[in-house]
Design a protein around this ligand. Structure first.
Ligand SMILES: Nc1ncnc2c1ncn2[C@@H]1O[C@H](COP(=O)(O)OP(=O)(O)OP(=O)(O)O)[C@@H](O)[C@H]1O
Ligand SMILES: [Mg+2]
Length: 409
């Protein structure tokens, strides 16, 4: 998400100090909107540009700057940082009481403004995620399916959903349709009191979001919402295809991304999810049995759905000793690979055993970076991970090449 920074500065020295800080921050997600002289114009623009951060000189509207801050912050998606000519605790306090998120004296602009902006950006993103009205927006349903058990579908899907939720402003829900042996809550170290089975027990044919919401579990670290699988295998029988269809219809109107994990066994509930999916993502691996099962499933899916709806994700794409490579897989299956996820036993197993998604605990790892790349394919530039993805990986490779050429490695 691009955050707009609106400059409402009246002092030349202030303007150049602020521009220097913004240039050094150099984030591509930052859009600077020019200088303003007129408070009315500023109020109008801030409201239409929201979410936005306004950098406002304390003397911008002379004695009327405090009421101006009140007017600007009447819109909760507008964050105001006030710049004071000099340090003055009382004035700073008045601005903060009128709604500014910070008030900085001129001499602290170089050292404190970057932190202040970062925190205002985070707050704006959080507000958008929690409060932004989503009138009639239709979310994307992405169903992941592993044609062979154990290829890593649940780990991949869980980390993707967490990454999308944590680093992208729109709301995300993860549905665990592996109704007998759901893994999602274990991977997130959650012990849910409500699951899709409790929803099924209370379901009487009608479903609205308020009711469905009470069966969603929150993953606090990422704000991801989860519809958990039943706590015991025998409870899976309570969940009907009718309930699954209704659930997706409601979720689609309230979340931007509905990510779905499924079991390898092709149950009727999995087929119901395929039917409603915007994309079906097959997860496979460089192993002959996984490839053969992928071929069988692809044959089936191609008969039922348009081919642009079907995608392929290759897990453990760099596995050695496989005797197969990604290009051979693409050629054999007649479909190009949307994303490749490398194998990293240490990061994966630590993440599974600790119940902390690796996209949060090891964002620099190639494994997390590959998930960020997939999230960018899905969400475009609304996805804004903590570590700039590909650039960093390439930079490291470049550094290594240079070191190698210089004989340092
Ligand atoms: N890229 C990877 N690198 C290393 N290990 C991985 C990778 N992906 C998955 N694994 C490991 O594979 C194991 C199985 O993963 P997971 O449970 O996600 O697979 P699954 O396909 O969902 O299995 P199931 O068929 O039981 O639903 C996990 O222990 C995980 O640590
Ligand atoms: Mg699984």
């Amino acid at each position: 998400m691009t955050i707009k920074v609106i400059l409402a500065l009246s002092d030349e020295k202030e303007k150049s100090a602020v521009r220097k800080v913004l240039a050094e921050m150099g984030s591509p997600k930052l859009e600077i909107i020019g200088s303003f002289e007129n408070p009315e114009e500023l109020v109008r623009l801030a409201a239409s540009a929201a979410p936005a951060v306004v950098l406002l000189s304390a003397q911008f509207a002379r004695e009327a700057t405090i009421p101006l801050v009140e007017r600007l912050t009447a819109n909760p998606l507008v964050q105001v940082i006030v710049l004071l000519l000099k340090e003055d605790f009382n004035i700073a306090r008045q601005f903060i009481l009128s709604g500014a998120v910070d008030a900085l004296p001129f001499e602290q602009i170089p050292s404190e403004l970057p932190k202040s902006l970062e925190s205002a950006f985070k707050r704006a993103q959080k507000l958008v995620r929690e409060n932004y009205p989503r009138p009639s927006q239709i979310g994307q349903i992405l169903v992941f399916y592993g044609p062979k058990g154990g290829v890593g579908t649940s780990l991949l899907v869980t980390n993707l959903a967490v990454a999308l939720s944590a680093y992208q402003p729109e709301p995300v829900v993860l549905v665990d349709l592996n109704l007998q042996f759901g893994a999602v809550t274990t991977l997130l170290n959650l012990r849910p009191e409500v699951t899709i089975a409790s929803l099924a027990q209370r379901f009487q044919g009608e479903l609205d979001f308020e009711f469905l919401q009470s069966f969603l579990v929150n993953h606090e670290e990422s704000n991801l919402k989860i519809l958990a699988a039943p706590s015991r295998p025998e409870l899976s029988e309570l969940v009907t295809t009718f309930l699954v269809e209704k659930t997706f219809q409601v979720l689609r109107n309230n979340f931007a991304y509905i990510i779905v994990d499924t079991p390898t066994v092709l149950q009727d509930t999995t087929l119901a999810a395929f039917d409603i999916a915007d994309q079906i993502l097959l997860v496979t691996a460089l192993d002959l049995l996984a490839i053969r099962n992928s071929q069988l499933v692809l044959e089936m899916l191609r008969k039922l759905y348009p081919s642009e709806r079907i995608k392929l994700v290759l897990n453990r794409s760099n596995a050695r000793f496989s005797g197969l490579n990604p290009e051979q897989v693409e050629e054999f299956l007649g479909i190009s690979i949307l994303a490749q996820i490398p194998s990293d036993g240490q990061v994966a197993v630590t993440s599974v055993n600790e119940g902390v998604p690796f996209v949060l605990s090891s964002p620099n790892s190639p494994l997390a970076q590959s998930i960020f790349k997939l999230a960018s394919i899905i969400a475009g530039d609304r996805f804004n991970p903590p570590v700039p993805v590909i650039e960093r990986a390439q930079e490291n490779v470049l550094k290594r090449v240079v070191k190698f050429l210089l004989g340092e490695e």
